[in-house]
Design a protein around this ligand. Sequence first.
Ligand code: KIV
Ligand code: ZN
Length: 522
Amino acid sequence: MTTTKSSASTAAQEQDVVRIFDTTLRDGEQCPGASLNTQQKIEIARALELLNVDVIEAGFPIASPGDFEAVQAVSEVVHSSRIAGLARCTEKDIQAAADALKNAAKKRIHVFCATSEIHMKYKLKKSREEVLRMSTEHTRFARSLVDDVEFSAEDATRSDPGFLAEVVSAVIEAGATTVNIPDTVGYTVPDAYYELISMLMAKVPNIAGTVISVHCHDDLGLAVANSLAAVRAGARQVECTINGLGERAGNCSLEEFVMALKVRNDHYKEQTQINSTRLYPTSRLVSTSTGMMVQRNKAIVGENAFAHESGIHQHGVLSNASTYEIISPADVGISNNKLVLGKHSGRHAFRDRLAHLGYQVDDVQIDKAFEQFKILADKKKDIYDEDICSIMDQLSSVAPSIWELEVLQTTGGTQVMPTATVRLKNVGGQVFQDAATGDGPIDAAYRAIQRICKLKIKLQDYQIRALTSGTEAQGEVNLEVQIDGQMIRGRGVSTDIIEASAQAYLSAVNRYLVRNNSTKKQ
Ligand code: KIV
Ligand code: ZN
Protein backbone atom coordinates (compact mmCIF):
# COMPACT_ATOMS: atom_id res chain seq x y z
CA MET A 1 0.00 0.00 0.00
CA THR A 2 1.08 3.59 -0.43
CA THR A 3 3.19 5.20 2.26
CA THR A 4 4.50 8.69 2.88
CA LYS A 5 8.24 9.22 2.66
CA SER A 6 10.16 12.38 3.37
CA SER A 7 12.12 12.40 0.17
CA ALA A 8 9.94 11.26 -2.67
CA SER A 9 12.36 10.97 -5.56
CA THR A 10 15.24 9.44 -3.64
CA ALA A 11 13.03 6.73 -2.26
CA ALA A 12 11.51 6.14 -5.70
CA GLN A 13 14.93 5.42 -7.10
CA GLU A 14 15.65 2.98 -4.31
CA GLN A 15 12.44 1.01 -4.66
CA ASP A 16 10.58 -0.25 -7.64
CA VAL A 17 7.66 2.11 -7.31
CA VAL A 18 5.61 3.83 -9.94
CA ARG A 19 6.74 7.44 -9.96
CA ILE A 20 4.13 10.15 -10.15
CA PHE A 21 5.05 13.07 -12.40
CA ASP A 22 2.53 15.83 -11.85
CA THR A 23 2.05 18.28 -14.70
CA THR A 24 -0.89 20.29 -13.30
CA LEU A 25 1.21 23.45 -13.42
CA ARG A 26 2.29 22.90 -17.04
CA ASP A 27 -0.07 20.72 -19.12
CA GLY A 28 -2.92 21.30 -16.66
CA GLU A 29 -2.53 25.04 -16.85
CA GLN A 30 -2.78 24.81 -20.65
CA CYS A 31 -6.47 24.08 -20.13
CA PRO A 32 -8.34 27.08 -21.63
CA GLY A 33 -9.09 29.69 -18.99
CA ALA A 34 -7.25 27.92 -16.16
CA SER A 35 -4.31 30.31 -15.85
CA LEU A 36 -2.63 30.65 -12.47
CA ASN A 37 -0.42 33.37 -11.08
CA THR A 38 2.96 32.64 -9.48
CA GLN A 39 1.62 32.75 -5.92
CA GLN A 40 -1.07 30.23 -6.78
CA LYS A 41 1.51 28.00 -8.48
CA ILE A 42 3.68 28.10 -5.36
CA GLU A 43 0.71 27.07 -3.20
CA ILE A 44 -0.17 24.21 -5.53
CA ALA A 45 3.48 23.09 -5.72
CA ARG A 46 3.64 22.99 -1.92
CA ALA A 47 0.46 20.92 -1.82
CA LEU A 48 1.92 18.55 -4.43
CA GLU A 49 5.01 18.16 -2.31
CA LEU A 50 2.82 17.26 0.70
CA LEU A 51 1.04 14.78 -1.53
CA ASN A 52 4.53 13.34 -2.07
CA VAL A 53 4.63 13.43 -5.87
CA ASP A 54 8.01 12.44 -7.28
CA VAL A 55 8.23 15.14 -9.95
CA ILE A 56 6.47 18.49 -10.31
CA GLU A 57 6.52 19.91 -13.82
CA ALA A 58 6.35 23.58 -12.88
CA GLY A 59 6.10 25.12 -16.35
CA PHE A 60 7.57 25.82 -19.76
CA PRO A 61 10.18 28.50 -18.97
CA ILE A 62 10.71 29.84 -22.49
CA ALA A 63 6.95 30.23 -23.06
CA SER A 64 6.58 33.51 -21.16
CA PRO A 65 8.29 35.55 -18.44
CA GLY A 66 5.47 34.42 -16.12
CA ASP A 67 6.25 30.75 -16.76
CA PHE A 68 9.96 31.35 -16.20
CA GLU A 69 9.27 33.15 -12.93
CA ALA A 70 6.94 30.40 -11.75
CA VAL A 71 9.46 27.60 -12.42
CA GLN A 72 12.11 29.66 -10.64
CA ALA A 73 9.85 30.36 -7.65
CA VAL A 74 8.69 26.74 -7.32
CA SER A 75 12.34 25.59 -7.52
CA GLU A 76 13.09 27.73 -4.51
CA VAL A 77 10.31 26.55 -2.23
CA VAL A 78 10.05 22.82 -2.97
CA HIS A 79 12.75 20.59 -1.57
CA SER A 80 11.72 16.95 -1.69
CA SER A 81 10.00 16.58 -5.07
CA ARG A 82 12.06 16.96 -8.23
CA ILE A 83 11.20 20.05 -10.31
CA ALA A 84 10.94 19.77 -14.09
CA GLY A 85 10.90 22.47 -16.74
CA LEU A 86 9.75 21.81 -20.31
CA ALA A 87 11.82 22.65 -23.40
CA ARG A 88 11.54 22.10 -27.14
CA CYS A 89 14.56 20.89 -29.07
CA THR A 90 16.33 24.25 -29.19
CA GLU A 91 19.32 25.41 -27.17
CA LYS A 92 17.42 28.56 -26.16
CA ASP A 93 14.55 26.56 -24.66
CA ILE A 94 16.88 24.17 -22.85
CA GLN A 95 19.07 26.96 -21.49
CA ALA A 96 15.98 28.82 -20.25
CA ALA A 97 14.81 25.66 -18.47
CA ALA A 98 18.24 25.19 -16.88
CA ASP A 99 18.31 28.84 -15.76
CA ALA A 100 14.82 28.70 -14.26
CA LEU A 101 15.68 25.47 -12.42
CA LYS A 102 19.00 26.80 -11.12
CA ASN A 103 18.03 26.80 -7.44
CA ALA A 104 16.06 23.56 -7.39
CA ALA A 105 17.34 20.95 -4.96
CA LYS A 106 16.48 18.29 -7.55
CA LYS A 107 15.95 19.29 -11.13
CA ARG A 108 14.98 17.80 -14.47
CA ILE A 109 14.96 19.22 -17.97
CA HIS A 110 12.13 17.78 -20.02
CA VAL A 111 12.91 17.93 -23.75
CA PHE A 112 10.33 16.97 -26.34
CA CYS A 113 10.13 16.45 -30.07
CA ALA A 114 7.31 15.00 -32.17
CA THR A 115 7.92 11.66 -33.87
CA SER A 116 4.67 10.98 -35.75
CA GLU A 117 4.53 11.43 -39.53
CA ILE A 118 1.65 13.91 -39.14
CA HIS A 119 3.58 16.14 -36.74
CA MET A 120 6.90 15.82 -38.56
CA LYS A 121 5.34 16.69 -41.91
CA TYR A 122 2.82 19.39 -40.99
CA LYS A 123 4.14 20.92 -37.78
CA LEU A 124 7.91 20.49 -37.73
CA LYS A 125 8.41 20.18 -41.51
CA LYS A 126 11.35 17.87 -40.79
CA SER A 127 12.41 14.46 -42.03
CA ARG A 128 12.87 11.44 -39.76
CA GLU A 129 16.66 11.89 -39.94
CA GLU A 130 16.39 15.52 -38.85
CA VAL A 131 14.08 14.65 -35.96
CA LEU A 132 16.43 11.88 -34.83
CA ARG A 133 19.36 14.26 -34.95
CA MET A 134 17.53 17.13 -33.18
CA SER A 135 16.34 14.78 -30.44
CA THR A 136 19.75 13.27 -29.69
CA GLU A 137 21.72 16.52 -29.95
CA HIS A 138 19.38 18.37 -27.63
CA THR A 139 19.13 15.53 -25.13
CA ARG A 140 22.93 15.58 -25.02
CA PHE A 141 22.95 19.34 -24.56
CA ALA A 142 20.40 19.11 -21.72
CA ARG A 143 22.52 16.37 -20.09
CA SER A 144 25.53 18.70 -20.21
CA LEU A 145 23.55 21.07 -17.96
CA VAL A 146 21.76 18.70 -15.55
CA ASP A 147 22.01 15.05 -14.53
CA ASP A 148 18.35 14.23 -14.94
CA VAL A 149 16.86 14.57 -18.43
CA GLU A 150 13.52 13.36 -19.70
CA PHE A 151 12.86 13.04 -23.40
CA SER A 152 9.29 12.91 -24.73
CA ALA A 153 8.47 11.58 -28.19
CA GLU A 154 5.41 13.74 -28.76
CA ASP A 155 2.48 11.95 -30.46
CA ALA A 156 4.27 8.63 -29.85
CA THR A 157 1.08 6.60 -30.16
CA ARG A 158 0.58 7.74 -33.76
CA SER A 159 4.26 7.29 -34.64
CA ASP A 160 5.72 4.45 -36.66
CA PRO A 161 6.67 1.95 -33.91
CA GLY A 162 10.00 1.07 -35.58
CA PHE A 163 11.02 4.73 -35.84
CA LEU A 164 9.83 5.36 -32.28
CA ALA A 165 12.04 2.52 -31.00
CA GLU A 166 14.98 4.01 -32.92
CA VAL A 167 14.42 7.45 -31.32
CA VAL A 168 14.02 5.94 -27.84
CA SER A 169 17.28 4.03 -28.19
CA ALA A 170 19.13 7.08 -29.56
CA VAL A 171 18.02 9.47 -26.81
CA ILE A 172 18.97 6.93 -24.13
CA GLU A 173 22.38 6.71 -25.76
CA ALA A 174 22.52 10.55 -25.68
CA GLY A 175 21.85 10.58 -21.93
CA ALA A 176 18.07 10.61 -21.32
CA THR A 177 17.35 9.12 -17.89
CA THR A 178 13.58 8.98 -18.44
CA VAL A 179 11.87 8.45 -21.79
CA ASN A 180 8.23 9.40 -22.14
CA ILE A 181 5.86 7.82 -24.68
CA PRO A 182 2.97 10.31 -24.76
CA ASP A 183 -0.49 9.69 -26.11
CA THR A 184 -0.64 13.36 -27.03
CA VAL A 185 -4.04 13.33 -28.72
CA GLY A 186 -5.74 10.69 -26.55
CA TYR A 187 -5.87 8.25 -29.48
CA THR A 188 -4.67 4.99 -28.01
CA VAL A 189 -6.67 2.27 -26.24
CA PRO A 190 -5.45 0.09 -23.36
CA ASP A 191 -4.54 -3.04 -25.38
CA ALA A 192 -2.68 -1.07 -28.02
CA TYR A 193 -0.76 0.97 -25.45
CA TYR A 194 0.14 -2.17 -23.52
CA GLU A 195 1.53 -3.66 -26.74
CA LEU A 196 3.45 -0.50 -27.65
CA ILE A 197 5.16 -0.24 -24.26
CA SER A 198 5.84 -4.00 -24.21
CA MET A 199 7.39 -3.78 -27.68
CA LEU A 200 9.71 -0.96 -26.58
CA MET A 201 10.68 -2.82 -23.40
CA ALA A 202 11.54 -5.89 -25.50
CA LYS A 203 13.08 -4.32 -28.61
CA VAL A 204 15.06 -1.28 -27.45
CA PRO A 205 18.44 -2.83 -26.68
CA ASN A 206 19.66 -0.24 -24.16
CA ILE A 207 16.36 0.34 -22.33
CA ALA A 208 17.33 -1.36 -19.04
CA GLY A 209 18.03 1.26 -16.35
CA THR A 210 15.94 3.95 -18.08
CA VAL A 211 12.57 4.89 -16.62
CA ILE A 212 9.81 4.55 -19.20
CA SER A 213 7.13 7.14 -18.65
CA VAL A 214 3.60 7.51 -19.99
CA HIS A 215 1.54 10.63 -20.52
CA CYS A 216 -2.07 10.16 -21.58
CA HIS A 217 -4.71 12.61 -22.69
CA ASP A 218 -8.37 11.85 -22.14
CA ASP A 219 -9.97 12.50 -25.54
CA LEU A 220 -11.60 9.05 -25.51
CA GLY A 221 -12.02 8.99 -21.73
CA LEU A 222 -9.27 6.35 -21.50
CA ALA A 223 -6.32 8.24 -19.99
CA VAL A 224 -6.40 6.41 -16.64
CA ALA A 225 -7.10 3.01 -18.22
CA ASN A 226 -4.28 3.53 -20.72
CA SER A 227 -1.84 4.56 -17.97
CA LEU A 228 -2.71 1.45 -15.95
CA ALA A 229 -2.20 -0.76 -19.01
CA ALA A 230 1.20 0.85 -19.59
CA VAL A 231 2.23 0.15 -16.00
CA ARG A 232 1.43 -3.53 -16.53
CA ALA A 233 3.73 -3.43 -19.54
CA GLY A 234 6.62 -2.00 -17.51
CA ALA A 235 6.17 1.80 -17.45
CA ARG A 236 7.55 3.17 -14.18
CA GLN A 237 6.49 6.81 -14.36
CA VAL A 238 2.97 8.11 -14.94
CA GLU A 239 2.34 11.73 -15.86
CA CYS A 240 -0.91 13.14 -14.61
CA THR A 241 -2.72 16.18 -13.29
CA ILE A 242 -4.92 16.94 -10.32
CA ASN A 243 -8.62 16.71 -11.28
CA GLY A 244 -7.48 15.52 -14.73
CA LEU A 245 -6.97 19.15 -15.76
CA GLY A 246 -5.37 19.72 -19.14
CA GLU A 247 -5.58 20.44 -22.86
CA ARG A 248 -8.96 19.59 -24.45
CA ALA A 249 -10.49 16.66 -22.50
CA GLY A 250 -7.61 16.81 -20.03
CA ASN A 251 -4.83 14.53 -18.82
CA CYS A 252 -4.76 11.34 -16.78
CA SER A 253 -6.31 12.19 -13.43
CA LEU A 254 -3.75 11.76 -10.66
CA GLU A 255 -6.28 10.89 -7.98
CA GLU A 256 -7.99 8.26 -10.13
CA PHE A 257 -4.76 6.59 -11.24
CA VAL A 258 -3.27 6.55 -7.73
CA MET A 259 -6.41 5.13 -6.14
CA ALA A 260 -6.86 2.50 -8.86
CA LEU A 261 -3.34 1.26 -8.20
CA LYS A 262 -3.89 1.38 -4.46
CA VAL A 263 -7.34 -0.22 -4.30
CA ARG A 264 -6.42 -2.90 -6.87
CA ASN A 265 -2.99 -3.62 -5.50
CA ASP A 266 -4.03 -7.29 -5.59
CA HIS A 267 -4.16 -7.01 -9.39
CA TYR A 268 -1.37 -4.59 -10.28
CA LYS A 269 1.03 -5.39 -7.43
CA GLU A 270 2.56 -1.95 -7.91
CA GLN A 271 2.58 1.07 -5.66
CA THR A 272 3.15 4.80 -5.69
CA GLN A 273 4.50 6.89 -2.86
CA ILE A 274 1.51 9.21 -2.83
CA ASN A 275 0.02 10.16 0.52
CA SER A 276 -3.58 9.52 -0.54
CA THR A 277 -5.07 11.44 2.41
CA ARG A 278 -3.85 14.61 0.69
CA LEU A 279 -5.82 13.93 -2.51
CA TYR A 280 -9.04 15.70 -1.59
CA PRO A 281 -7.46 18.85 -0.10
CA THR A 282 -5.17 19.13 -3.14
CA SER A 283 -8.11 18.68 -5.50
CA ARG A 284 -10.01 21.48 -3.71
CA LEU A 285 -7.00 23.78 -3.85
CA VAL A 286 -6.54 23.25 -7.60
CA SER A 287 -10.23 23.68 -8.26
CA THR A 288 -10.53 26.95 -6.35
CA SER A 289 -7.27 28.34 -7.74
CA THR A 290 -8.09 27.59 -11.38
CA GLY A 291 -11.80 28.29 -11.18
CA MET A 292 -12.37 24.87 -12.80
CA MET A 293 -15.15 23.16 -10.90
CA VAL A 294 -14.90 19.45 -10.29
CA GLN A 295 -17.95 17.66 -11.72
CA ARG A 296 -20.20 16.32 -8.95
CA ASN A 297 -19.92 12.68 -9.95
CA LYS A 298 -16.15 12.76 -10.60
CA ALA A 299 -14.46 9.63 -9.24
CA ILE A 300 -12.52 10.01 -5.95
CA VAL A 301 -12.91 13.78 -5.42
CA GLY A 302 -16.38 14.66 -6.76
CA GLU A 303 -19.03 15.78 -4.31
CA ASN A 304 -21.11 12.66 -4.96
CA ALA A 305 -18.21 10.20 -4.97
CA PHE A 306 -19.19 8.95 -1.51
CA ALA A 307 -22.86 9.95 -1.41
CA HIS A 308 -25.38 7.11 -1.27
CA GLU A 309 -28.84 8.07 -2.43
CA SER A 310 -30.79 4.82 -2.63
CA GLY A 311 -32.32 3.50 0.57
CA ILE A 312 -30.85 0.04 -0.02
CA HIS A 313 -27.36 1.48 -0.40
CA GLN A 314 -27.74 3.73 2.65
CA HIS A 315 -28.88 0.79 4.72
CA GLY A 316 -25.95 -1.33 3.51
CA VAL A 317 -23.36 1.38 4.20
CA LEU A 318 -24.75 2.00 7.67
CA SER A 319 -24.48 -1.74 8.46
CA ASN A 320 -21.02 -2.05 6.96
CA ALA A 321 -19.38 0.58 4.72
CA SER A 322 -17.70 -2.05 2.54
CA THR A 323 -21.08 -3.12 1.12
CA TYR A 324 -21.10 -0.16 -1.27
CA GLU A 325 -17.78 1.62 -0.67
CA ILE A 326 -14.50 0.38 -2.11
CA ILE A 327 -12.61 3.35 -0.67
CA SER A 328 -13.02 4.92 2.72
CA PRO A 329 -13.54 8.72 2.35
CA ALA A 330 -10.88 9.22 5.02
CA ASP A 331 -8.34 7.44 2.78
CA VAL A 332 -8.55 10.29 0.28
CA GLY A 333 -8.71 13.01 2.92
CA ILE A 334 -12.46 13.59 3.14
CA SER A 335 -13.33 14.03 6.77
CA ASN A 336 -16.73 13.01 8.16
CA ASN A 337 -16.80 16.02 10.37
CA LYS A 338 -16.90 18.73 7.75
CA LEU A 339 -17.78 21.51 10.18
CA VAL A 340 -14.48 23.05 11.09
CA LEU A 341 -14.48 26.52 12.55
CA GLY A 342 -16.81 29.20 13.88
CA LYS A 343 -16.84 32.80 15.09
CA HIS A 344 -15.01 31.98 18.30
CA SER A 345 -12.26 29.88 16.75
CA GLY A 346 -8.82 31.28 17.36
CA ARG A 347 -5.89 32.02 15.12
CA HIS A 348 -4.19 28.81 16.14
CA ALA A 349 -7.10 26.60 15.05
CA PHE A 350 -7.35 28.59 11.83
CA ARG A 351 -3.65 28.08 11.07
CA ASP A 352 -3.98 24.33 11.78
CA ARG A 353 -6.90 24.06 9.40
CA LEU A 354 -5.00 25.94 6.70
CA ALA A 355 -2.09 23.53 7.10
CA HIS A 356 -4.47 20.57 6.81
CA LEU A 357 -5.75 22.05 3.56
CA GLY A 358 -2.22 22.32 2.23
CA TYR A 359 -1.63 26.07 2.67
CA GLN A 360 1.75 26.95 4.08
CA VAL A 361 1.49 30.61 4.84
CA ASP A 362 3.66 33.16 6.56
CA ASP A 363 2.52 35.44 9.41
CA VAL A 364 1.55 38.29 7.09
CA GLN A 365 -0.67 36.02 5.00
CA ILE A 366 -2.17 34.47 8.14
CA ASP A 367 -3.08 37.94 9.42
CA LYS A 368 -4.85 38.83 6.18
CA ALA A 369 -6.61 35.49 5.93
CA PHE A 370 -7.65 35.51 9.58
CA GLU A 371 -9.14 38.99 9.18
CA GLN A 372 -11.24 37.73 6.23
CA PHE A 373 -12.21 34.66 8.23
CA LYS A 374 -13.53 36.84 11.06
CA ILE A 375 -15.52 39.00 8.63
CA LEU A 376 -17.05 35.87 7.13
CA ALA A 377 -17.71 34.31 10.54
CA ASP A 378 -19.75 37.41 11.38
CA LYS A 379 -21.91 36.78 8.32
CA LYS A 380 -22.33 33.03 8.68
CA LYS A 381 -22.17 30.84 11.76
CA ASP A 382 -20.30 27.78 10.53
CA ILE A 383 -17.15 27.97 8.46
CA TYR A 384 -16.31 24.91 6.33
CA ASP A 385 -13.17 23.88 4.46
CA GLU A 386 -14.67 25.21 1.22
CA ASP A 387 -15.11 28.64 2.84
CA ILE A 388 -11.48 28.64 3.94
CA CYS A 389 -10.29 27.64 0.46
CA SER A 390 -12.28 30.49 -1.02
CA ILE A 391 -10.73 33.01 1.39
CA MET A 392 -7.27 31.79 0.42
CA ASP A 393 -8.17 31.87 -3.26
CA GLN A 394 -9.36 35.45 -3.03
CA LEU A 395 -6.14 36.47 -1.29
CA SER A 396 -3.93 34.96 -3.98
CA SER A 397 -6.20 35.44 -6.97
CA VAL A 398 -4.90 36.73 -10.26
CA ALA A 399 -4.51 40.51 -10.33
CA PRO A 400 -6.73 41.26 -7.35
CA SER A 401 -6.40 44.98 -7.64
CA ILE A 402 -6.69 45.98 -11.31
CA TRP A 403 -10.42 46.53 -10.82
CA GLU A 404 -11.97 46.17 -7.39
CA LEU A 405 -15.64 46.23 -6.53
CA GLU A 406 -16.38 49.11 -4.17
CA VAL A 407 -20.16 49.36 -4.27
CA LEU A 408 -22.91 47.27 -5.82
CA GLN A 409 -26.53 48.23 -5.49
CA THR A 410 -29.27 46.42 -7.37
CA THR A 411 -33.03 46.48 -7.61
CA GLY A 412 -35.13 43.69 -9.02
CA GLY A 413 -38.46 41.96 -8.67
CA THR A 414 -41.58 41.25 -10.65
CA GLN A 415 -42.83 44.82 -11.11
CA VAL A 416 -39.60 46.82 -11.48
CA MET A 417 -37.00 47.28 -14.16
CA PRO A 418 -33.88 45.46 -12.92
CA THR A 419 -31.18 48.06 -12.34
CA ALA A 420 -27.62 48.00 -11.01
CA THR A 421 -25.35 50.76 -9.81
CA VAL A 422 -21.70 49.74 -9.69
CA ARG A 423 -18.71 51.58 -8.31
CA LEU A 424 -15.25 50.22 -9.17
CA LYS A 425 -11.77 51.29 -8.05
CA ASN A 426 -8.91 50.87 -10.49
CA VAL A 427 -5.30 49.97 -9.74
CA GLY A 428 -4.38 53.67 -9.48
CA GLY A 429 -7.04 54.26 -6.83
CA GLN A 430 -9.45 56.14 -9.14
CA VAL A 431 -13.13 55.46 -8.60
CA PHE A 432 -15.64 55.06 -11.44
CA GLN A 433 -19.37 54.67 -11.18
CA ASP A 434 -22.08 53.72 -13.67
CA ALA A 435 -25.57 52.30 -13.74
CA ALA A 436 -27.41 50.06 -16.16
CA THR A 437 -30.62 48.14 -16.60
CA GLY A 438 -30.83 44.54 -17.73
CA ASP A 439 -32.83 41.31 -17.92
CA GLY A 440 -32.23 40.84 -14.22
CA PRO A 441 -30.02 42.39 -11.53
CA ILE A 442 -27.00 40.28 -12.51
CA ASP A 443 -27.30 41.20 -16.18
CA ALA A 444 -27.67 44.85 -15.16
CA ALA A 445 -24.53 44.64 -12.99
CA TYR A 446 -22.59 43.06 -15.87
CA ARG A 447 -23.66 45.81 -18.23
CA ALA A 448 -22.56 48.49 -15.76
CA ILE A 449 -19.16 46.77 -15.29
CA GLN A 450 -18.67 46.58 -19.07
CA ARG A 451 -19.33 50.29 -19.36
CA ILE A 452 -16.85 51.19 -16.66
CA CYS A 453 -14.10 48.85 -17.92
CA LYS A 454 -14.77 49.80 -21.56
CA LEU A 455 -14.60 46.17 -22.64
CA LYS A 456 -16.89 44.13 -24.87
CA ILE A 457 -17.57 41.02 -22.83
CA LYS A 458 -19.68 38.04 -23.92
CA LEU A 459 -20.86 35.73 -21.18
CA GLN A 460 -20.42 32.13 -22.40
CA ASP A 461 -21.03 30.05 -19.33
CA TYR A 462 -22.40 30.81 -15.88
CA GLN A 463 -22.78 28.36 -13.02
CA ILE A 464 -23.82 28.96 -9.48
CA ARG A 465 -23.83 26.58 -6.55
CA ALA A 466 -23.91 26.68 -2.78
CA LEU A 467 -20.40 26.14 -1.51
CA THR A 468 -21.60 24.25 1.52
CA SER A 469 -24.98 23.11 2.81
CA GLY A 470 -27.55 25.28 4.66
CA THR A 471 -29.42 28.45 3.73
CA GLU A 472 -26.65 30.70 5.01
CA ALA A 473 -24.08 29.01 2.72
CA GLN A 474 -21.94 31.15 0.48
CA GLY A 475 -22.81 31.15 -3.21
CA GLU A 476 -19.99 30.29 -5.61
CA VAL A 477 -20.20 31.56 -9.17
CA ASN A 478 -17.96 30.10 -11.87
CA LEU A 479 -18.24 31.63 -15.29
CA GLU A 480 -16.53 31.88 -18.62
CA VAL A 481 -16.50 35.03 -20.74
CA GLN A 482 -15.16 35.89 -24.14
CA ILE A 483 -13.15 39.10 -24.37
CA ASP A 484 -11.37 40.00 -27.57
CA GLY A 485 -11.73 36.42 -28.85
CA GLN A 486 -10.16 34.96 -25.69
CA MET A 487 -11.97 32.62 -23.32
CA ILE A 488 -11.40 33.62 -19.69
CA ARG A 489 -12.67 32.05 -16.49
CA GLY A 490 -13.72 33.86 -13.38
CA ARG A 491 -14.87 32.87 -9.93
CA GLY A 492 -16.58 34.76 -7.13
CA VAL A 493 -17.80 33.76 -3.70
CA SER A 494 -20.07 35.63 -1.34
CA THR A 495 -23.02 35.16 0.99
CA ASP A 496 -24.86 37.40 -1.53
CA ILE A 497 -25.17 35.68 -4.91
CA ILE A 498 -25.44 38.94 -6.89
CA GLU A 499 -22.20 40.11 -5.34
CA ALA A 500 -20.60 36.69 -6.05
CA SER A 501 -21.73 37.07 -9.68
CA ALA A 502 -20.17 40.54 -9.96
CA GLN A 503 -16.94 39.34 -8.31
CA ALA A 504 -16.69 36.39 -10.72
CA TYR A 505 -17.18 38.73 -13.69
CA LEU A 506 -14.55 41.14 -12.38
CA SER A 507 -12.07 38.34 -11.71
CA ALA A 508 -12.39 37.28 -15.37
CA VAL A 509 -11.81 40.91 -16.44
CA ASN A 510 -8.73 41.09 -14.20
CA ARG A 511 -7.37 37.80 -15.58
CA TYR A 512 -7.86 39.11 -19.10
CA LEU A 513 -6.02 42.34 -18.30
CA VAL A 514 -3.11 40.50 -16.65
CA ARG A 515 -2.84 37.99 -19.46
CA ASN A 516 -2.72 40.67 -22.09
CA ASN A 517 -0.10 42.70 -20.33
CA SER A 518 2.36 39.79 -20.35
CA THR A 519 3.96 37.98 -23.29
CA LYS A 520 1.64 35.43 -24.79
CA LYS A 521 2.44 31.72 -24.61
CA GLN A 522 3.59 30.03 -27.79
O1 KIV B 1 0.90 15.67 -24.63
C1 KIV B 1 2.13 15.73 -24.84
O2 KIV B 1 2.69 15.07 -25.74
C2 KIV B 1 2.91 16.62 -24.01
C3 KIV B 1 4.39 16.52 -24.15
C4 KIV B 1 5.06 17.83 -24.11
C5 KIV B 1 4.91 15.57 -23.10
O3 KIV B 1 2.36 17.33 -23.18
ZN1 ZN C 1 0.29 16.57 -22.77
